[in-house]
Design a protein around this ligand. Structure first.
Ligand SMILES: Cc1cc2nc3c(=O)[nH]c(=O)nc-3n(C[C@H](O)[C@H](O)[C@H](O)COP(=O)(O)OP(=O)(O)OC[C@H]3O[C@@H](n4cnc5c(N)ncnc54)[C@H](O)[C@@H]3O)c2cc1C
Length: 373
């Protein structure tokens, strides 16, 4: 449900404007609206969520409780509806270049991501959030948000949830993030039950994935260009995807921030959330649910700020309480992993073995990579 904004609403001062109605932005909007505040979401796409730019894998709520033990009330935050779930998976395979996987129990949900994001929009709308789609934000200055078509909107608090190219982050933050370019396809066919992450020279500095869906799979690959020795993402992706047989029904590409959260998410009345703040766990690429964790904290703190004058910096403090340790471990795992993954394939094949199996899992699930630090 997308509300049309009237002339009167265009000239009013909103409590909150959110740039971007993805998982981060729609979650902020939901909690701000639940807190009784007037929130406007501006998104450049129409409809929001299309075209697909995702591997579509999220952990179940039970897995999220293990992954992020300090995040409260996960069932309220993550209410994935049945129609947005393409398949449930029960195992994760970590696959070295030899192709011989290490197998782990892992309950995942393969989404229909487009439906998932539409559902989040509908949820926030049902609480009272107002959306304008096809509204590309050009710039933000203090309380004014200007669209590419010249329209201006005003709010007391402005949230940048525009993903890895968010205009608020671009214009008002200097810190940079490492971005990993990604190519992926949807392929028809049967691909078993396990989600697979592949590591080695097929995806320098990154990883490839095969995530089975209801009828087919989401298959993709992301790399760090500096490790690719001049080989292009296109040729690496083509080579990996060509190992699988099936009709390709969709081709997509995107970019993922992989250096973890930036130092500060708040400046004056401006906040960043989701990919724009680097809220992706670099050791496993999880961004959807993590953006929603950030979105809920931001939304709740904004309501409290507007009602009682609570400092917006409480958002950063609460984020650190809920996600600080997980993000720290994930960043460290990614740094160590990036170094290990530069080793020749034959060493990686030796390194992924039954003895190292528990350590590999600690890396992927953002726990301290070694028991002592
Ligand atoms: C190829 C790929 C595969 C991925 N696979 C997975 C996966 O399997 N599992 C997982 O958990 N995560 C995955 N991720 C990461 C995940 O998609 C992101 O972390 C997540 O979408 C972050 O949500 P967000 O709301 O911050 O940003 P986004 O989902 O990117 O939403 C940003 C929104 O802002 C809008 N926007 C952007 N700029 C403007 C502007 N100037 N004006 C107005 N609107 C604007 C966009 O239209 C968009 O709707 C993947 C990412 C990519 C690129």
């Amino acid at each position: 449900m997308i509300f049309e904004v009237t002339m009167r609403e265009e000239s009013e001062v909103w409590d909150v404007i959110v740039i971007g109605g993805g998982p981060a932005g729609s979650t902020v909007a939901r909690y701000v609206a639940e807190g009784g505040k007037r929130v406007l979401v501006l998104d450049g796409r129409d409809p929001i969520g299309s075209p697909l730019q995702c591997g579509e894998l999220v952990p179940t709520n039970d897995e999220m409780r293990k992954l992020c033990p300090n995040v409260p009330d996960i069932d309220d935050l993550l209410q994935t509806p049945k129609e947005a779930i393409s398949r449930r998976t029960s195992e994760m395979h970590i696959v070295p270049p030899s192709g011989k996987p290490l197998r782990y129990p892992f309950e995942g949900l393969m989404l229909n991501r487009v439906l998932h994001d539409e559902w989040l929009v509908n949820l926030a709308s049902s609480k009272g959030a107002v959306y304008i789609t096809g509204a590309r934000v050009e710039s933000v200055e203090e309380e004014i948000v200007t669209l590419r078509d010249g329209r201006e909107f005003k709010a007391r608090v402005i949230v940048g949830a525009g993903g890895h190219n968010d205009p608020l982050r671009r214009d008002h933050w200097t810190e940079s993030s490492l971005k990993i370019p990604i190519k992926f396809v949807l392929m028809e066919g049967q691909f078993g039950d396990a989600v697979e992450l592949h590591f080695g020279s097929m995806a320098p500095g990154g990883y490839a994935w095969v995530f089975p869906k209801d009828n087919g799979a989401n298959i993709g690959l992301g790399i760090q260009n500096k490790f690719a020795r001049g080989v292009s993402l296109n040729s690496l992706a083509d080579e990996f995807i060509s190992k699988y047989e099936g009709d390709v029904t969709f081709r997509g590409a995107g970019s993922l921030p992989m250096s973890g959260t930036i130092k500060h998410f708040v400046k004056d009345n401006h906040l960043l959330v989701g990919d724009s703040a680097g809220m992706v766990l670099p050791s496993n690429g999880a961004g959807i649910t993590i953006a929603m964790v950030g979105g809920r904290i931001a939304g709740q703190v904004i309501v409290s700020h507007l009602e009682n004058g609570t400092s917006l910096h409480e958002y950063e403090k609460e984020w650190r309480l809920q996600m600080g340790a997980v993000m720290r471990n994930s960043k460290l795992s990614f740094k160590i992993g990036s170094w290990i993954m530069r080793l020749p394939d034959w060493i990686l094949n030796l390194a992924f073995n039954p003895l190292t199996k528990p350590f590999v899992w600690r890396f992927v699930t953002c726990r301290k990579p070694f028991f002592i630090f």
